[in-house]
Design a protein around this ligand. Structure first.
Ligand SMILES: C[S@@+](CC[C@H](N)C(=O)[O-])C[C@H]1O[C@@H](n2cnc3c(N)ncnc32)[C@H](O)[C@@H]1O
Length: 198
């Protein structure tokens, strides 16, 4: 795994953590790399994933978060509980409408940050993909130069191809998360940020 498109955006996502954040939920946490970064800031983190092997690996590494072996669509999330909710490359694993439950689980002033994946459908999508190819190659080379022996192969989180176009995501987000911003990022990703009114 020479260059991870999701890890690349950790700092972008950390900048969205609201001031004074005390509680966070990381949805589809995989082996917990982002959840651990949140916990290292002194935040109380719940991290959820239904894949038994990744939760086992996450728990073995520890680092502060409470890891839950669970499917987010089947959980009863406490209303108004979290100051920050993150979903890194995981929202396309569940129906997009799941964001309504995440929205309601935000405390007033809380932030939902989704690092999402989308399929290429439009000419603009293809143009961004084209731009990402050389950047991706350069990033891989840079990582290979700084980590010549590569990161140790460990447990890999389940992946799946996204199906909802960015256009459809924008439409559904407008209905379910009024005021949310969505912007394209390089490497086949978008960033959705929603703040629950105080
Ligand atoms: C592409 S991986 C991303 C993992 C991690 N967020 C990262 O950045 O490395 C998507 C994760 O979503 C998890 N996932 C799939 N269905 C889910 C569900 N119903 N509830 C919560 N997480 C789910 C998968 O098990 C997988 O670990």
């Amino acid at each position: 795994m020479p260059f991870d498109h999701n890890d690349h955006y950790h700092r972008t996502l950390l900048r969205r953590v609201p001031k004074g954040c005390r509680t966070a939920l990381d949805v589809g946490c995989g082996t917990g790399r982002f959840a651990r970064r949140l916990a290292s800031l002194g935040i109380q983190v719940d991290a959820v994933d239904p894949a038994a092997e990744v939760i086992k690996a996450a728990e073995a590494e520890g680092g502060g978060p409470r890891f839950h072996h669970a499917d987010i669509t089947e959980m009863e999330l406490p209303e108004g509980r979290y100051d920050y909710i993150s979903c890194l490359a995981s929202i396309h694993h569940v129906p997009f409408g799941t964001v309504a439950a995440l929205r309601d689980a935000l405390a007033p002033g809380g932030v939902l940050a989704i690092l999402g994946c989308y399929p290429e459908r439009s000419a603009v999508d293809y143009a961004w993909s084209l731009a990402a190819i050389p950047a991706n190659a350069a990033a891989r080379l840079a990582v290979a130069a700084t980590e010549p022996r590569g990161r140790a192969e460990g447990t890999r989180a389940p992946v799946r191809n996204p199906e909802m176009s960015l256009e459809e995501i924008r439409r559904e987000a407008a209905a379910l998360l009024p005021g949310a911003t969505i912007r394209r990022l390089l490497f086949w990703r978008y960033l959705l940020v929603y703040r629950r009114p105080s």
